[in-house]
Design a binder for this molecule. Structure first.
Ligand SMILES: Cc1cc2nc3c(=O)[nH]c(=O)nc-3n(C[C@H](O)[C@H](O)[C@H](O)COP(=O)(O)O)c2cc1C
Length: 409
């Protein structure tokens, strides 16, 4: 790749992703639901939090490393699981390699385009993400496969309400690539020759299957067949999750917690970690930014489990703010997807480098020598910054959505 393949911000990576990807693929990554209120708030909420930098007695050397679920990470940023269908032929393997090269862990989606075995080979610090789909036997078959492959833990994602509409329109996603589909998408693809060339060079077409949803001895189901199985599955109860905990002895994370009561239940069930998350604004629109829910959850369970956060992270300073508010680390979604679209593995490394350098600058300005020393006192959180689902005490009360009443739990 030419030298100018390097980009200096995640915003620039997003612009390049938009220029590189066919419109439908780009729109699938933008995602979001309904009005996009949550999607927006996930990003905007960070600009309400400020810094008051020092100018002398600053730390010459700064340590960004943290340990999450037993994994030593070079920086407090992990890869959040996403389905990377059709973005890049190397898909999640490229992301896993980039994460390994930058010393961090990978979350691999159930709906990923690459099998867990290939991804773990590229990055041994891989967590497999599970949706509650199929029978208990089917769920365990997928968990055991991930374990056999060497995955270091399971992320159970529960925040999904099967709400699909977007005011700006949902992309049309084909169920398979056949001749008819190729004709339909040809005009979009013709406008994106670099993307088409990338796939032509790989000798493959995006196959839109979900290899990690395959059951033993069966071929990978199509993306929509797998989605249908998930939609038809009775929704899990806390008892179901207790059962899963009893069957799996590895590290378990619950992803998608926004409420203090759910966080406490997750700890009672025996989860080792949770991610405060609203699925990147793709679940119920009107849910506040995940950063607004973080302090109350940390207050309630932060001393018992690793509390992570995902949603809206676009710069290193966002990471510093989240860690200062109590997150052990954050997970990123769209940021690395833009990087992958813009420049493959190197693009994902570029995004991690941008975040690393931003975290380092944040620490320098704040005058801390380690991310582990960050506290709430290192950031300015205005009184108007509401902490959702609050409990009395430090977390305060308030709703992240202006005009909504706080919910005490
Ligand atoms: C295109 C796309 C696909 C996603 N697929 C999954 C998934 O398969 N499993 C999952 O747990 N979360 C999934 N997520 C949510 C991400 O893991 C993460 O919670 C979210 O992207 C974080 O917000 P951010 O994109 O602002 O960083 C997806 C998000 C996007 C944007």
């Amino acid at each position: 790749m030419a030298n100018n393949a390097w980009f200096e911000t995640v915003a620039e990576a997003q612009r390049r992703a938009q220029k590189t990807l066919p419109k439908s693929v780009y729109m699938a990554l933008v995602a979001g639901s309904e009005r996009g209120k949550t999607l927006e708030d996930n990003i905007d909420a960070y600009s309400e939090i400020g810094f008051a930098p020092h100018v002398a007695n600053l730390a010459h050397a700064r340590d960004l490393s943290v340990t999450v679920l037993g994994q030593e990470l070079a920086l407090p940023v992990m890869i959040s699981p996403t389905g990377v269908q059709a973005v890049h032929p190397d898909g999640e393997v490229a992301i896993a390699r980039a994460a390994a090269a930058r010393g961090t862990a990978m979350g691999l989606s159930s709906f990923a385009s690459k099998p867990v075995e290939e991804v773990v080979a590229a990055n041994p610090a891989t967590f497999f993400q599970l949706y509650w789909s199929g029978t208990r036997d089917q769920i365990m078959a997928r968990v055991e496969r991930a374990k056999r492959a060497g995955a270091v833990g399971i992320i159970v994602t529960l925040d999904w309400s099967f709400s699909n509409g977007r005011d700006w329109g949902s992309p049309s996603i084909p169920s398979a690539i056949d001749f008819k589909t190729m004709v339909k998408f040809a005009p979009e693809v013709a406008r994106r020759p670099a993307w088409a060339l990338r796939w032509a060079r790989s000798g493959a077409l995006p196959d839109l299957t979900a290899p990690n949803m395959a059951l033993p001895g069966e071929p990978a189901p199509g993306f929509f067949d797998a989605y249908y199985e998930w939609m038809q599955t009775p929704l899990p109860t806390w008892d179901d999750l207790r059962w899963l905990r009893s069957q799996y002895d590895g590290k378990l994370m619950l992803k998608g917690v926004m409420r203090v009561d759910d966080a406490r239940n997750a700890v009672d069930v025996g989860f080792d970690a949770l991610s405060v998350s609203n699925h990147g604004g793709n679940n119920l629109d009107g849910t506040p930014a995940s950063i607004r829910a973080l302090p109350a959850v940390v207050d309630a369970v932060g001393s018992q489990v690793d509390v992570l956060l995902d949603g809206g992270i676009r710069r290193g300073s966002d990471v510093v703010k989240a860690v200062a508010l109590g997150a052990k680390a954050v997970m990123i979604g769209r940021a690395y997807l833009w990087g992958l679209a813009a420049n493959g593995q190197a693009g994902v490394e570029n995004v991690l480098d941008i975040l690393r350098s931003g975290i380092d600058s944040g620490l320098l300005g704040i005058g801390k020598s380690s991310v582990r020393d960050l506290t709430m006192d290192d950031v300015l959180v205005p009184d108007s910054f509401p902490r959702v689902l609050g409990v009395p005490g430090r977390a305060g009360t308030g709703s992240g959505v202006p005009g909504h009443k706080p919910v005490a739990v």
